[in-house]
Design a protein around this ligand. Structure first.
Ligand code: PGA
Length: 254
């Protein structure tokens, strides 16, 4: 299960959450693999709290390049140095508000891999696309675009999160079986491109996941976990969800 905190929580609040999580986890010992993605500014502080725990750290975005005159940019190398093992790439909010194209997303996936980070790649259709039955073509385009700039080796080591844009932060969710069908489609496309690796790329669902509905998604055969925004901001809710999520096959250190 992945927590995407977006632009929430101060450094102190992030640190307090991590401390509380680690303390409570050692008692309840959930078997779920957990990744927390705080703001870039809180990565280091949260990472310090997570040392020795099974919770991993992820960034929410990276910029291209290693270092240089790019005012305001944060490279994958810096995220990695701050303790991140993972990074979210291509979240719909990045695509929508920061103009990230399929091509840039693919370049970022390659850059993440080069920076020793494993990418969590988000794909998903808009409400319009959903209504006009274009989900399959949008997802196919987004997944196929990844192969333009990124090596197959890197793509073997990603997580894909299917996040319908209309479900993010809205309280609306697709039928779990519909989300499962899209997850199956993602597996199918990856299998065609990386024939020997069909089941190794975990596929998650994201969009208005909470402790009330997570089990409906996780009980689907093609959905391995959840990418959670709003509901991941509360430690109680986070622990509830983590106890529900079954352990899956994402524990491959680079
Ligand atoms: P949400 O966000 O759980 O608040 O809908 C999910 C996401 O954007 O990753």
């Amino acid at each position: 299960m992945i927590a995407n905190w977006k632009m929430h929580k101060t450094v102190e609040e992030s640190r307090a959450f991590a401390r509380e999580l680690v303390r409570r986890m050692s008692r309840s010992a959930p078997s779920t693999q957990l990744i927390i993605c705080p703001t870039a500014l809180s990565l280091w502080a949260v990472g310090q709290e997570l040392i020795g725990s099974r919770v991993m750290l992820g960034g929410q975005n990276l910029d291209l390049g290693r270092e240089g005159a790019f005012t305001g940019a944060v490279s994958g190398y810096l995220l990695h140095e701050a303790g991140a093992k993972w990074v979210i790439v291509g979240h719909s909010e990045r695509r929508q508000y920061f103009g990230e194209s399929d091509s840039l997303v693919s370049q970022k996936v390659a850059q993440a891999w080069e920076s020793h980070l494993r990418p969590i790649v988000c794909v998903g259709e808009s409400l319009n696309d959903y209504r006009e039955a274009r989900t399959i073509s949008v997802i196919t385009r987004q997944i196929e675009a990844l192969f333009k700039e990124t090596s197959r080796e890197a793509l073997r080591n990603i997580i894909v999160a299917y996040e319908p844009i209309w479900a993010i932060g809205t309280g609306e969710v697709p039928q779990p079986s519909q989300a499962n069908d899209v997850a199956a489609l993602i597996r199918e496309i990856l299998a065609q491109k990386i024939p020997d690796d069909r089941d190794d790329v975990p596929v998650l669902y994201g969009g208005s996941v909470s402790s009330k509905n997570i089990h409906q998604f996780l009980s689907q055969p093609h959905i391995d976990g959840a990418l959670v925004g709003g509901a991941s901001l509360h430690v109680e809710e986070f622990l509830k969800m983590a106890d529900i999520a079954p352990y899956e096959n994402t524990n491959q250190e680079q």
